[in-house]
Design a protein around this ligand. Structure first.
Ligand SMILES: Nc1ncnc2c1ncn2[C@@H]1O[C@H](COP(=O)(O)OP(=O)(O)O)[C@@H](O)[C@H]1O
Ligand SMILES: [Mg+2]
Length: 266
């Protein structure tokens, strides 16, 4: 579990995170949702230690990241897997070499076991036969899968994904969502996903944290979302393309029902 307490981050004089307190649960997909510019990426970067907060605590199973430095921070970061926007694969390395890289850098197991581990991770994301290809030779969905394989190479306890579906079509997005969800369950990972994709929210949102202008506005499950009376959350949810379509379909249905003749008219 990851717990943040009164997390604040300012750039110059501007406060971008305004005192967020929240928990991210083990073995669950924890989704951070919110409009573009609301502070999702800044929050994620604070969680992984890429940005230092102005104030607050970030507790990894009660170990405070904000008080760590050197070896301690390095070893905690080895427990984290990350998938950032755009996959960030090494263009000059093959898919296999990309997945092998963190093992080569950080793992103390034998070379033979590293190769086996990389092969296992590739197989897990269904890329067994694509290991020899370069990122430029594979599709966007395959790149994301390769990024997932690389992120899980070191058996992370924590997995962070910033907009994992950006640039993907809806169907491929579902495959990526399901993969992240299944891996979270299989290995009991604390997974934190930034998204503004309502499809993902409904598909894999076990715990949802809605951020508005740098503050935590609402927390709940995907079921709770539909019955929430929080106005800002409803505006966010119903502004999405998916829900516009659902609403339009509902309205069409209602109009059609209205126009249907009643039994005593026929
Ligand atoms: N390094 C930075 N320096 C100054 N402002 C930043 C920096 N990074 C992000 N911001 C600002 O913080 C706000 C939140 O950004 P971000 O977390 O990227 O939003 P989101 O991911 O929700 O779209 C934005 O207004 C952005 O301009
Ligand atoms: Mg972002």
């Amino acid at each position: 579990m990851i717990e943040v307490k009164d997390l604040r981050k300012s750039f110059d004089e501007r406060e971008v995170l305004k005192g967020i307190s929240a928990t991210f649960e083990e073995g669950k997909t924890n989704l951070i949702i919110g409009q573009s510019g609301s502070g999702k990426t800044v929050l994620l970067k604070n969680l992984v230690g890429l940005i230092r907060p102005t104030n607050g605590e970030i507790l990894y199973d009660n170990r405070d990241l904000t008080k760590m430095a050197g070896e301690e921070l390095k070893s905690l970061r080895q427990e984290m897997g990350m998938i950032f926007q755009g996959s960030a694969l090494f263009d000059a390395k093959t898919v296999f070499e990309n997945v092998y890289f963190p093992l080569e850098m950080f793992s103390k197991i034998s070379k033979e076991d590293k190769i086996k581990r990389a092969e296992f991770c590739l197989e897990r994301v269904n890329l067994k036969d694509a290991g020899h290809l370069y990122p430029s030779e594979i599709s966007g969905g395959m790149m994301k899968r390769a990024a997932i394989a690389r992120a899980i190479a070191l058996n992370p306890k924590y997995l962070f994904c910033d907009e994992p579906n950006s640039g993907l079509d809806p169907q491929t997005s579902l495959v990526i969502d399901d993969l992240i969800h299944d891996i979270t369950k299989e290995y009991n990972i604390t997974t934190v996903i930034n998204t503004h994709d309502m499809n993902s929210v409904m598909n894999i949102g076990e715990k949802i944290l809605f951020i508005k202008e740098g503050s935590l506005e609402w927390t709940g499950t995907s079921k709770d979302i539909m019955s929430s009376t929080n106005e800002a959350l409803n505006r966010f949810v119903f502004a999405s393309d998916l829900f516009k379509k659902v609403k339009q379909a509902e309205m069409k249905e209602a109009t059609a029902q209205h126009q249907k003749p009643t039994t005593n008219q026929i």
